[in-house]
Design a protein around this ligand. Sequence first.
Ligand SMILES: Nc1ncnc2c1ncn2[C@@H]1O[C@H](COP(=O)(O)OP(=O)(O)O)[C@@H](O)[C@H]1O
Ligand SMILES: [Mg+2]
Length: 206
Amino acid sequence: MKNFITIEGCDGVGKTWQTNLLKQYCLKNGYDVVFTREPGGSEIAEKIRNIILDVKNQGMSDLCEAFLYASARIQHLHDIVKPALEQGKVVFCDRFIHSSYAYQGFGRGINLDTVVHLNELAIGEYTPQYVIFLDLSPEEAFKRKGGADKNDRMENVDFSFHQRVYDGYKHFANANPDTFVCIDASGTVEETHNKIVAALKQKGIL
Ligand SMILES: Nc1ncnc2c1ncn2[C@@H]1O[C@H](COP(=O)(O)OP(=O)(O)O)[C@@H](O)[C@H]1O
Ligand SMILES: [Mg+2]
């Protein structure tokens, strides 16, 4: 979907930081943009987010988790993304379907076709035009944030899980070179920001 841009990568790689910097850049330069995030991003979807991430929910089945992400996504698309795109805005979303493919498919080991099919049902035609993939290994990314957030159920899965997530992202980046914009995220915050802005200019988004 034209003007729908997602930001993806492992936990701690700098997605939220970069999204905020990009937001400041866009506001300063007068772009008509909306910044949002998943899971959550709207009132009902944020409630689903709280269920997904709650460390008390250790007994949640992998498939339940996958459906909750898809449910939150449907609501968030309905409340935030679709209306903004219809108004001609550019929408940037911190995480989207490729998080589900990487975390629920590669990480949890749910059959990838199942996860893809579920998400295709959830999003319809709203596939991202471009995916900004912040590329950094989970070892390096976790170092940045000083280890896993104890209040986040997903971040506290064992480390091999996060390695599989990273492998999943790389798989999709290689399989979709026209959609994925791979950004080396190993540099400073400013360096990565400049790379993102340059890539978005080159793609004609900014
Ligand atoms: N390029 C960078 N170099 C060093 N530290 C960074 C960089 N980008 C982000 N960080 C730090 O890493 C941590 C995780 O960043 P965050 O944006 O929350 O990651 P994510 O949203 O991808 O999980 C934060 O403490 C942030 O300040
Ligand atoms: Mg974040």
